[in-house]
Write a protein that binds this ligand. Structure first.
Ligand SMILES: O=C(O)c1ccccc1NCC(=O)[C@H](O)[C@H](O)COP(=O)(O)O
Length: 267
């Protein structure tokens, strides 16, 4: 059984329990009362025109690294990311494998103006409504976790909710399997989910294969400005970064480095 299989198995139990506490009808009604979305894909595209578009991830831990940051204050981290010049934020909301909480996303939404991605393992349409109700502007759909019909249906339903979808692929087969899903962004995850090894060559190989009408995002294993520049040359237009920011005492300082800025000035 792979880590993804284990996460999905647990996610099914979690979703069943969440439905028991607040059913789909209630989540739909919460969505109707939710504030307008902030335009996640649009914010990335605009930033990519003038600088480096980074999605900075609020990530306490992971299956590959365990706890990454002991003194974890999601609001302080999100504020540092905003100060440091992130274009958008990603908030891990999976509790059992990533030490996340949906409540972190709700709290960050109230304090930070940047668009937010709910970073979780979506396996049920219920989670789309739950995400929109919690204040997400975008959701992740992982090709490895879903059937082609689910990818299409969830992408369409997310669009109806005005959520931008970041569709994540690891290889050519997952890209082919997702061809029917209409999404604004495709993320190439450089992390092998079986070995946890990250390799930027994965992005270099897949970037030329992405449809031209999708914003290409490189994900995972980005540690320094050279990594960003290498994938900019390969055609990436946005970058999802977690661990290397979370390991820095002041994540804003690391962001300046990744952005190629010096506290706001491009160098
Ligand atoms: O990070 C993991 O160990 C992991 C394991 C299994 C499934 C997904 C995993 N990570 C999710 C992500 O995509 C990353 O959090 C994100 O791309 C940022 O990566 P990094 O900058 O390497 O923390």
């Amino acid at each position: 059984m792979t880590i993804l299989d284990r996460i999905i198995e647990r996610k099914r139990e979690e979703v069943a329990s969440a439905r028991g506490q607040s059913d789909l009808r209630e989540q739909r009604s919460r969505c109707r009362d939710a504030e307008p979305v902030r335009g996640f894909a649009a914010a990335l595209s605009v930033r990519a025109e003038t600088g480096t578009a980074i999605i900075a991830e609020v990530k306490k831990g992971s299956p590959s690294k365990g706890v990454i940051r002991e003194d974890f204050d999601p609001l302080a981290i999100a504020a540092a990311y905003e100060r440091g010049g992130a274009a958008c934020l990603s908030v891990l909301t999976d509790r059992d494998f990533f030490h996340g909480e949906l409540a972190y996303l709700e709290q960050i939404r109230r304090q930070v103006a940047l668009p937010l991605l709910r970073k979780d393992f979506i396996i049920d349409r219920y989670q789309l409504y739950q995400s929109r109700a919690a204040g997400a502007d975008a959701v992740l759909l992982i090709a490895a976790a879903l059937e082609p019909a689910q990818l299409e249906d969830f992408a369409a339903e997310a669009a109806e909710l005005e959520l931008d979808v970041l569709l994540e692929v690891h290889d050519e087969a997952e890209l082919a399997k997702s061809a029917g899903a209409a999404v604004p962004m495709i993320g190439i995850n450089n992390r092998d989910l079986k070995t946890f090894h990250t390799d930027l060559a994965v992005s270099e190989r897949l970037l030329p294969l992405l449809p031209r009408d999708c914003l290409p995002v490189a994900e995972s294993g980005l540690h320094c400005r050279d990594d960003i520049e290498r994938l900019l040359r390969a055609g990436a237009r946005a970058f999802l970064v977690g661990e290397s920011l979370m390991r820095e005492a002041d994540p804003a300082v690391k962001l300046y480095e990744l952005l190629g800025t010096n506290g706001g000035t491009h160098v």
